[in-house]
Write a protein that binds this ligand. Structure first.
Ligand code: PMP
Length: 444
């Protein structure tokens, strides 16, 4: 298997040469918070199968729901037909979404959920007669996916620079990053405010040409688990209202409980005009995504036949019944097992452990939102000098963690933690003990 993997599988981002000298670990099965390789070695899954895992691996109830659905129908189409599972799930998503979101458009992954929101927002403005409103405003450090539209609204240059001739131009607003303020203010109490001031300036200048704003609410994930100050998302919503710009919330990573609320926007009482969901929607079982929107946006697409108000977008596997069955089973479990209430002690514990890491000499900053943690390693705490990327400090820490039976991924010099939401307190302790030991081994 290792030989086949080396020879035939093109892994994502491999040319960054992160792991080249490591033997691939071939994962054979999963059990709760653990991934188990072909030798039987168990790894605590510190990244919840890339944000997706909610109830642990191989959860009996979801396995059974999928098996039952496979015996009934594997797939048909939403082009011209309706389906039992996609209809039930759409109703369920609307019931739990921020109030006002009432239409569900299905796709297959986070990038397409965002791409769809971008296309809908663009076309909405056209249908409303705002033909000049064709541009998007998004944030530095943002990650919204790898399709061309999602990349265009992204803000991590290393991922997008090579494709820049393909991307449409967007207006970039500074995202708050209190540890390394993009506006270079040294006053940490004003964190967020300076960025909002600049955002308002940009929105006022460009209001006539702005279709929508795109934001990862509360925390920018792939950008480094960069948390936003309280009230940031609410003020962004107010600015969108003021300048008549649609608000697109990318909850692909933070949706379905990860922040401690069902959706991150809820924490600030915000309803976006469009909301992109994926990852946790099927609890990590199957690819599925949904873009939710309001009646107001939907109505702009109603018209007489041949008026060309159609939303020209539709994927083959849209609303796949097996994926929808998994999502419904996951939502049942979230309720039955009181997942959100049970998260609170784990969130508190993570907070304590992250705070105690601040005493390590090479930990510059720690950040947290719900069951998401970010630990920024620096060469020099006083000057905030980063390690050089060639030192691959994050890779070394994650490699050390494997010896402690933990699977982690680095984001450059930032160690990120987001285990399955079902992790037990004892397992979370094991995870944080292993992370602390690995950071010490590599940096001290
Ligand atoms: N948006 C956010 C906030 C994400 O974190 C990701 C994936 N990391 C995406 C969009 C893209 O999702 P996918 O990889 O499923 O296309």
């Amino acid at each position: 298997l290792q030989e086949y993997d080396r020879r035939y599988v093109w892994h994502p981002f491999t040319q960054m040469k992160e792991w080249e000298e490591d033997e691939p670990i071939v994962i054979e099965r999963g059990e709760g918070s653990f991934l188990i390789d072909t030798d039987g070695t168990r790894y605590l899954d510190g990244v919840a199968a890339i944000w997706t895992n909610v109830h642990g691996h191989c959860k009996k109830e979801i396995n059974e729901a999928i098996k039952a659905q496979v015996d009934r129908l594997e797939h048909s189409t939403l082009l011209g037909l309706a389906g039992e599972q996609p209809a039930l799930l759409a109703k369920r998503l609307v019931d739990i979404a921020p109030p006002g979101l009432c239409k569900v458009f299905y796709s297959d992954n986070g990038s397409t959920a965002v791409e769809i929101a971008v296309k809908m927002a663009f076309q909405y403005q056209q249908h409303k007669g705002h033909t000049g409103k064709t541009k998007f405003i998004s944030f530095t450090n943002a990650y919204h996916g790898d399709t061309v539209g999602a990349m265009s609204v992204g803000g991590i240059d290393i991922y997008h620079d090579v494709y820049s001739p393909l991307l449409f131009p967007t207006i970039k607003a500074p995202a708050p990053y209190c540890y390394r303020c993009p506006m270079e203010t040294s006053d940490s109490s004003s964190c967020g405010k300076v960025c909002l001031k600049e955002l308002e300036r940009l929105m006022a200048d460009h209001a006539h040409e702005l279709a929508a704003l795109v934001i990862e609410p509360r925390v920018q994930g792939a950008g480094g688990m960069i948390t936003q100050p309280e009230g940031f998302v609410r003020t962004v919503r107010e600015l969108c209202n003021k300048y008549d710009v649609l608000m697109i919330a990318d909850e692909v990573a933070v949706g379905f409980g990860r922040t401690g609320a069902m959706f991150a926007c809820e924490k600030e009482g915000v309803t976006p005009d469009l909301m992109a969901l994926s990852k946790g929607i099927t609890a990590g079982y199957l690819p599925l995504a949904a873009t939710l929107t309001t009646q107001q946006v939907y109505n702009a697409f109603l018209g007489e036949y041949r008026e060309l108000k159609t939303f020209f977008h539709g994927h083959t596997f849209t609303g796949n019944p097996i994926a929808c069955a998994a999502a419904l089973a996951s939502l049942d479990l979230i309720e039955k097992e009181q997942l959100l209430a049970n998260l609170q002690p784990k969130i508190e514990y993570l907070k304590d452990r992250l705070n105690s890491l601040k005493s390590l000499v090479h930990v510059g900053d720690v950040r947290q939102e719900g069951l998401i943690g970010g630990i920024e390693l620096v060469r020099n705490r006083a000057t905030k000098e980063s390690y050089h990327w060639e030192e691959r400090i994050g890779v070394l820490v994650c490699r050390a963690a494997r010896k402690h039976g933990i699977f982690l991924r680095p984001l450059g010099n930032i160690i990120v933690v987001f285990p399955p939401l079902s992790i037990s307190l004892a397992e979370l302790k094991q995870l944080m003990d292993g992370i602390e030991a690995s950071i010490r081994e590599v940096t001290e």
